[in-house]
Every structure is written in structure tokens, then in C-alpha cells.
Design a protein around this ligand. Structure first.
Ligand SMILES: [Zn+2]
Length: 444
């Protein structure tokens, strides 16, 4: 079975349901850029794919950065004068600012206020806040609850630790015919937040699982990393390997109801950029495409000038463009199986084009070969549009001069990529076409 077969047989609804189940399982875990929540998450992903877990010690120098101390948390609360937990980590891990240092103190309402974060514009939601690189502590709560806090003495308690330890990440490598790689990267460091980015974690997990079962032209590398510091760490420890990455996608925000959005790689005209644009254009759905900018997710690191890898970001609604972003409202209602399944299908469609986007040489280039005597008229069984197939054959024969890829031909002819690929296969079987070896520098 190859990826084209996988694409035709896979049920987007079913895969969306599976992704949603995994998101639900991972949702309660308190993740951060390091710590046991990250490890627990990887151990659950491991029940689907045999990924390798790496531990990088605190203090490791990674380019201009240093792997931070490891953070773990067991409990946290704010108790009022009556001893009631008015803010409780056990109810939601978003209540504690990620990387909060341990604290146990009794504070007045005024003293406490400086450590509290709320969203006055969305008084029922709890914000998500972090303080990775500046030692501090704090609580996040709904603005509604904040307004209810009376003048009182409050006991604040955060049972956390910030110590020498490790940065943990997961890596899954699938060897293909070629050692050229496709990178699929997702940040896995957010706590109870679904679209950003458990949706990406779920998509990467099931994509890896399904790709593992089909024949592959490319090798695939899946990274489950903490945002920013994770990609910097991987690039720093695998600098030589990075040049093998010929195409890549950062998977993020793929479960909301918005339209598909693609952020191009820094190169802007890499093969991955053209392929994603082609797939979205032919998806029948509304979509949006934008140029690279040095903000967002790990594409910032992959596309830094010292690497300049062809890595784009395929999402639905981008970060910061939905009010639920980085709040408690990015929950299990905000992502839905059908949107997850639709995103999965689009990723698979992109990989299908990448895997099959080859160049061919017409072996009978002097005038058209006589198709009729080879039984090639109406050769594509079951197709009612025999004329379209013949037209596709003529396009493939005409443009297969070793310079044009099948995507070039699909683009120029306006015909479906899968039809162009199908026709190329038939022409190869009839010895009218031959695959070109990949020119070494052509993909730069
Ligand atoms: Zn985020």
C-alpha cells in the first residue's frame, strides 16, 4: 500500500474521532516545557507510535540558549480566611502560571493582586500564562471570580519544584527509500489547551502511525517538542542531520472550525509551499495563504537564516486570531472531530503530492507516440471522463522533458494531480515514460 491508497481508503470522520479521543486523554495533564507532564504525554503517544524519548540535561548550551531547569508541580491553591480553596490547581492546571516557583505565604488581597492574571474582556475564562525565563509565581483565574474576592487574608500555596533536571522531547523516525526527510514538528508543552496544541499532537501521532504502514519515498521525522526551546535544542544537537530535511510542516491549531491557513516557509517558493497551495486550492474549501514572518511557532527556528529550511505551517485559525487562544475556552468544545479529520485529510493530500511529485522523461519525444496501437485510449478503467484522461496523457507526454514535475503539469493543465500521477504510471508501464533521477541541487 502506498500513500495514494491510504488517502483513498482513510475515513476522515473516523480519524477525526480517534484524534479527538487522544486529545481528551491528554487534556487533563499539566504540561510545560519540561517536567513529568511532558513525559506522561509522550508515554501516552507511545501507545500509538514507538517514539524515542530524549532527555537533555539542564544547563546544556544550545546555540544562544541554555536548557532551563526542570519544573514540576503537585498542588497549588489560594485559600480564603475560611480555609476554602477559592482557586484550585486540582480543578484546572491553567490556574497556576507555568514555571511558578514554590511559595507558601499569607497575603492581603492587595498583596495577592500583583500575582493574579485575569481576562476582563472575557470574564468567565481563565488565561494561560507562563514565566519560563524569569523566576516568579502567579495564579490565573476568571475575572468574575477575581471580582468576588473580598478583603481578606489569603493563604497561597504552590507545591512546585524548579531544579536541575532535563528537557524531554519525543522523536519518531520512519525510514523511506530516500534518506531525504520530511519533518513534521509539533509543540507539546501546553497544559489543558486543545487547539493550541493538542490538536497538532494528535494529528502528528496518527499521521506517523498511518505512514508507518505504507511504502514511502521520503524518510519522515516527527518531533514532539517544547515550543521554541525544543526546536532550538533539536537543531543544535542535530545540526548535520538538519540538511536532510527537504520539506517540513509545523502542525498547530488544526481542530477549530476556521478555514485552513498556510504560512509559507521563509523561502516562499519551496516545493512544500507550492504543494500546500495546490492542495488547498483544489480542496473545495475556503483557505488563506500568507508569507513567512518571524513570529509564531517553531518555524521561526527552522526558518532562521542559518538553517533556512523549507518548513511552513499548516493550520486552521492562526494563533491570536481567535479569542479562545491561550485561554480556558480553548477546550474540548472548541475542537471538533470533523475539523480534526478534515485537517488530517489535507495533510495526507499534501504528503501524497510530495511523495509523487517526480520528473519524467518522454522516451518518444519526436512527435506524439501513437496511443491507439498501445491500447491507451480509454486506458483508465472505470473513468467516465475518458477524454480528460487522454488530455492528461498528452500533457504528461508533452511536458515530461526532465524539467517539469508532475505538480508543474497538474498546475499548468489545470487537471487533478492524482489523474496526472495515474496517467504517468500507465505511461511508464507502456515504456513511453521514464522516471528521472532526482537532480541533486534541484530542490534548493
Ligand atoms: Zn501557544
Amino acid at each position: 500500500m502506498n500513500i495514494a491508497d491510504l488517502k483513498t481508503t482513510l475515513d476522515p470522520h473516523g480519524i477525526g474521532q480517534e484524534m479527538y479521543r487522544l486529545i481528551s486523554e491528554l487534556y487533563p495533564i499539566c504540561r510545560s516545557i519540561t517536567g513529568n507532564g511532558f513525559r506522561e504525554t509522550l508515554s501516552i503517544i507511545k501507545t500509538h507510535i514507538p517514539l524515542k524519548v530524549h532527555e537533555v540535561p539542564t544547563g546544556t548550551q544550545v546555540f544562544d540558549w541554555t536548557v532551563p531547569k526542570e519544573w514540576n508541580i503537585r498542588d497549588a491553591y489560594i485559600k480564603n480566611g475560611q480555609g476554602e480553596r477559592v482557586v484550585d490547581f486540582r480543578a484546572s492546571n491553567l490556574h497556576v502560571v507555568s514555571y511558578s516557583t514554590p511559595v507558601h505565604a499569607t497575603l492581603s488581597r492587595a498583596e495577592l493582586k500583583g500575582h493574579l492574571f485575569t481576562l476582563p474582556d472575557h470574564p468567565d475564562w481563565t488565561p494561560y500564562r507562563t514565566s519560563y525565563y524569569q523566576e516568579n509565581w502567579g495564579f490565573c483565574l476568571s475575572h468574575k471570580l477575581f471580582l468576588e474576592l473580598q478583603e481578606d487574608m489569603y493563604e497561597v500555596y504552590i507545591d512546585s519544584s524548579l531544579e536541575e533536571g532535563h528537557l524531554t522531547y519525543g522523536e519518531y523516525y520512519l525510514r523511506g527509500e530516500s534518506t531525504d526527510e520530511v519533518l513534521i514538528s509539533c509543540h507539546t508543552c501546553h497544559p489543558s489547551l486543545c487547539n493550541d496544541n493538542l490538536s497538532g499532537v494528535a494529528l502528528a501521532t496518527f499521521l506517523a502511525q498511518h505512514l508507518g504502514a505504507v511504502s514511502r519515498r521520503y524518510s519522515y521525522r516527527f518531533l514532539f517538542i517544547p515550543g521554541t526551546i525544543g526546536s532550538i535544542t533539536w537543531l543544535s544537537l542535530n545540526e548535520a542531520q538538519a540538511s536532510k530535511i527537504k520539506h517540513g510542516l509545523v502542525v498547530v491549531c488544526v481542530g477549530d472550525s476556521g478555514k485552513s491557513t498556510y504560512k509559507r516557509s521563509r523561502r516562499g517558493n519551496a516545493e512544500i509551499d507550492r504543494v500546500v497551495e495546490y492542495v488547498l486550492k483544489h480542496s473545495g474549501n475556503d483557505y488563506e495563504i500568507g508569507d513567512f514572518f518571524p513570529y509564531g511557532y517553531d518555524e521561526r527556528q527552522y526558518c532562521s537564516p542559518g538553517f533556512n529550511l523549507p518548513v511552513g505551517c499548516l493550520m486552521r485559525t492562526p494563533h491570536g486570531r481567535y479569542p479562545e487562544y491561550h485561554t480556558s475556552a480553548d477546550n474540548l468544545d472548541f475542537v471538533q472531530p470533523d475539523y480534526l479529520g478534515d485537517s488530517f485529510s489535507k495533510y495526507l493530500a499534501v504528503l501524497n503530492v510530495l511523495e509523487n511529485n517526480k520528473r519524467y522523461l518522454n522516451k518518444n519525444p519526436k512527435c506524439e507516440p501513437q496511443l491507439g496501437k498501445r491500447g491507451l485510449y480509454g486506458a483508465i478503467g472505470g473513468r467516465s471522463d475518458a477524454k480528460t484522461s487522454q488530455l492528461a496523457m498528452l500533457w504528461v507526454l508533452n511536458l515530461s522533458d526532465g524539467q517539469h514535475t508532475l505538480l508543474d503539469i497538474a498546475d499548468r493543465s489545470g487537471l487533478e494531480f492524482d489523474l496526472i500521477r495515474n496517467v504517468a504510471d500507465i505511461l511508464v508501464k507502456h515504456a513511453l515514460l521514464q522516471e528521472c533521477p532526482e537532480p541533486e541541487q534541484s530542490r534548493a
